[in-house]
Design a protein around this ligand. Structure first.
Ligand code: IMP
Length: 198
């Protein structure tokens, strides 16, 4: 299977940039849904996989192209796994600064000293004939007591991955891609699909 063009079912420019970098060696043109003139698909599923599939399968049907759906989020133990699939909607008006304060507040109110959390990412790759393959990645870590660093996006300034003493917002994009949930899901997809077209 040779994929020359891949439409990513997302409008998040931070994510698209990371995806372009990870697929750079594989000679595949990566387009956002917006660049391909396709609509945004609402995330109405109850799990990361349902949402990822919903996005890739809807856009593949509309475009007849290979489409990639991705759903990801931050699951915080002391909040019972929230915000989880609702991570994007947890943040008022995509204002992550406020979203991170809200998270720290909720964690404080929980009264728990458990700061463990993980990022999860599910990728769904749908081919023009409607068949979908799913790849998952996860990175465990803790939520820092305060925001730190100015790289990355979303909750990066609060998330310290296990084995490190700095938040994702202090990582270069290349360093983050090596160990992140999205990076790990991509490594699985690349090994299964793209390695043969390098
Ligand atoms: P979606 O996958 O576009 O539905 O959004 C996932 C949401 O989870 C983002 O808006 C962020 O709030 C959060 N998120 C997912 N991946 C990351 C990451 O790598 N860093 C920081 N936040 C993330």
């Amino acid at each position: 299977m040779k994929i020359e063009k891949l439409i990513v079912a997302s409008r998040n420019s931070g994510k698209i940039r990371e995806i372009r970098e990870m697929l750079a060696p594989y000679r595949v043109a990566v387009l956002s849904a917006e660049e391909a003139g396709l609509p945004e698909v609402e995330e109405t599923g109850a799990t990361f996989e349902e949402n990822a599939r919903l996005k890739s399968e809807t856009l593949a049907k509309l475009s007849g192209c290979f489409c990639l759906g991705d759903d990801s989020g931050l699951c915080v133990s002391c909040l019972g796994g929230r915000p989880g699939v609702y991570s994007a909607r947890y943040v008022p008006n995509r204002d992550f600064d406020k979203g991170m304060d809200k998270l720290l507040d909720e964690m404080k109110q929980s009264g728990s000293s458990d700061r463990s959390a993980y990022f999860s990412c599910v990728l769904a790759l749908t081919s023009p004939d409607g068949k979908t393959k799913v790849f998952e990645g996860r990175v465990d870590g803790i939520i820092a007591g305060e925001k730190s660093g100015c790289g990355g996006f979303g909750f990066d300034p609060l998330f310290i991955p296990d084995g490190f003493d700095k938040t994702f917002a202090h990582f270069t994009r290349e360093e983050k891609n090596k160990i992140s949930h999205r990076g790990r899901a991509f490594q699985k997809m690349i090994a299964a699909i793209f390695d043969e077209q390098a």
